[in-house]
Design a protein around this ligand. Structure first.
Ligand code: PGA
Length: 296
C-alpha cells in the first residue's frame, strides 16, 4: 500500500537521464466527491449519513473527501465526524482576511468549519468568467490558510478538435502555481477534467476520456509540473482525473500509472455509486500498488 509523501521524505531518483529529472515518489491516492449544487441541505446530510454508516471509521488506505455546497458544510462535517472522510468547499474568496465582502466565503471561514480541501477553477466557474489569475489568487490564499487546493484544468471540445489541448492545459497549470511559495506548493492538487467529459444538464450523455487520453494528459501535466517546479515538488503534487467517473470505470482509471486520484461529480451524490467507487479505488490501493511503486 502506498503511503503519503511529504516534502523532505526520502525520494528515489530515477537513474534514467532525461531533460527534466524524474523522481519516483509515492503519492497516496485520493478520491473526492464534488457535490456541486445537486442537493439541498437535508439531501446532503442524508447522503453523508449513509456514507458514514457504510464506511465507519476504518482507514480505507487512501484519502477521501467530499465537497458539498457551502450551506451544507457544517451538517456534512458533523455527519462524517467519526469517518476518514474529510470535508472541502467548492470555492474560496481570494482576500486573505474576513471583512466587507458580501456574498463571498473566506479561507478563514472555511477553516473555521473544518474544511481541509477547496476545489478551485472548476470549468463551470470558468464558464462564468473565472480567470487563470483569479484561480492563482485563490490558490495562494487557500495555501496561506493550510487548505489544500484542487485546481481543475481541462480543454473544451473545440480546443481539442483544434489541437490546442496541451497549450490550454499547460497555461492553466502554470498560471495556477505562478509565484506560489515552493515550501507549500506540494499541497496543491490538480484535477484534469476535459470539459467535454463532464456530465451536466447541457451534456447529460458526456463520456469519459479514454484511458489513453487521460494517461497522455496526466503525463503531460506531470512534465509541466516538474519543469515549472523542479523534480521534487513537481513529483509530489497529486493529479486527479475528473469527468464522467462512475463505478464502471473508476477502477480502470485509478489503475493508470499517472492518475493519483478521482474527482467525481454526479456519481458522488448517490451513496450506492459513490460507495462502489470507494470500493474500486480501495481494491487498486490495496492491490497492485502493494510494492509501494509510485507513478512518477
Ligand atoms: P461528473 O463531473 O463526474 O458529473 O462528470 C465531474 C466534475 O465536474 O468534477
Amino acid at each position: 500500500m502506498r503511503s503519503s509523501f511529504r516534502l523532505g521524505d526520502p525520494v528515489d531518483i530515477d537513474p534514467t537521464p532525461t531533460l527534466v529529472p524524474r523522481i519516483r515518489v509515492k503519492r497516496r491516492f485520493i478520491l473526492v466527491g464534488a457535490w456541486k449544487a445537486y442537493l439541498n441541505d437535508d439531501g446532503a446530510i442524508d447522503l453523508a449519513r449513509s456514507i458514514a454508516s457504510e464506511l465507519g471509521s476504518r482507514d480505507p488506505g487512501f484519502d477521501l473527501a467530499v465537497c458539498p455546497s457551502f450551506v451544507s458544510i457544517v451538517g456534512v462535517r458533523d455527519a462524517l465526524r467519526d469517518t476518514p472522510v474529510a470535508v472541502g468547499a467548492q470555492n474560496v474568496f481570494w482576500a486573505d482576511t474576513n471583512g466587507a465582502f458580501t456574498g463571498q466565503v473566506t479561507a478563514s471561514q472555511l477553516v473555521s468549519v473544518g474544511c481541509r480541501y477547496v476545489i478551485l477553477g472548476h470549468s463551470e466557474l470558468r464558464q462564468l468568467g473565472e480567470t487563470d489569475e483569479m484561480v492563482n489568487d485563490r490558490v495562494g490564499t487557500a495555501l496561506a490558510f493550510d487548505l489544500a487546493p484542487i485546481v481543475c484544468v481541462g480543454e473544451s471540445a473545440e480546443e481539442r478538435r483544434e489541437g490546442r489541448t496541451k497549450t490550454r492545459v499547460e497555461q492553466q497549470v502554470r498560471a495556477a502555481i505562478d509565484g506560489i511559495d515552493p515550501s507549500v506548493v506540494a499541497k496543491v492538487h490538480f484535477a484534469y477534467e476535459p470539459l467535454w467529459a463532464i456530465k451536466s444538464h447541457n451534456n447529460p450523455d458526456a463520456t469519459p476520456a479514454t484511458v489513453e487520453q487521460a494517461a497522455e494528459m496526466h503525463h503531460f501535466i506531470r512534465d509541466t509540473l516538474t519543469e515549472a517546479l523542479g523534480a521534487e515538488s513537481g513529483s509530489a503534487i497529486r493529479v486527479l482525473y475528473g469527468g464522467s467517473v462512475g463505478p464502471e470505470n473508476a477502477g480502470e482509471l485509478i489503475s493508470v500509472k499517472e492518475i493519483d486520484g478521482l474527482l467525481v461529480g454526479s456519481a458522488s451524490v448517490k451513496s450506492t455509486s459513490f460507495l462502489q467507487i470507494v470500493g474500486a479505488v480501495g481494491e487498486v490501493a490495496s492491490g497492485s500498488f502493494q510494492d509501494g511503486g509510485g507513478h512518477a
